[in-house]
Design a binder for this molecule. Structure first.
Ligand code: HEC
Length: 132
């Protein structure tokens, strides 16, 4: 009898936990929203198109200044205004990989997800501080 009560208590706790997390909560910058392949590609592109004007440590403070804004707005600025000597000249996928690299070197975690600015999830991401 005592054991049955305990088990049903655990089941209720499990339901409560999964319910409170929300099945389709939007992932944030600290949830690993880009992958290693994108970072690698972004690093190569960065050397070629960005490094002549920006050292890597430029972006951490820039992202902090953008805190509370949409990541999508940041991406729009990047794609429309950079590289400054030839704005908007890269492919969307190249800008995406560049963003992954910029996020990586600014302290955000990589995981297995593929960063994709075309998704509803991307539109919901708000820029926040890196956790580490
Ligand atoms: C010819 C020089 C040059 C190149 C090449 C260049 N940038 Fe910039 N970038 C600038 C200047 C100038 C600014 C504005 C500086 C400032 O306000 O601090 C800037 C600003 C930025 C910002 C900040 C925008 C903001 O509103 O905070 C980002 C992000 C950025 N660049 C990304 C890139 C990326 C990614 C590349 C490569 C695709 C790149 N830049 C290549 C000169 C350059």
């Amino acid at each position: 009898m005592g054991q049955r009560l305990l088990l049903s208590g655990l089941a209720a706790a499990a339901i409560f936990t999964s319910g409170s997390r929300g099945a389709d909560a939007v992932a944030g910058l600290n949830d690993g929203i880009f992958n290693q392949q994108q970072v690698k590609s972004g690093k190569r592109l960065y050397k070629k198109y960005c490094k002549s004007c920006h050292e890597g440590d430029y972006f951490g403070p820039v992202l902090l200044a953008w805190q509370g804004e949409q990541l999508a707005s940041f991406f729009d600025v990047m794609t429309s205004a950079m590289p400054e000597n030839d704005p908007g000249s890269l492919e969307q996928e190249q800008y995406t990989d560049l963003l992954a690299y910029i996020l990586k070197i600014s302290g955000y975690p990589q995981d297995i997800r593929s960063l994709d600015p075309g998704t509803v999830e991307f539109a919901g991401i708000v820029i926040e501080k890196p956790l580490h």
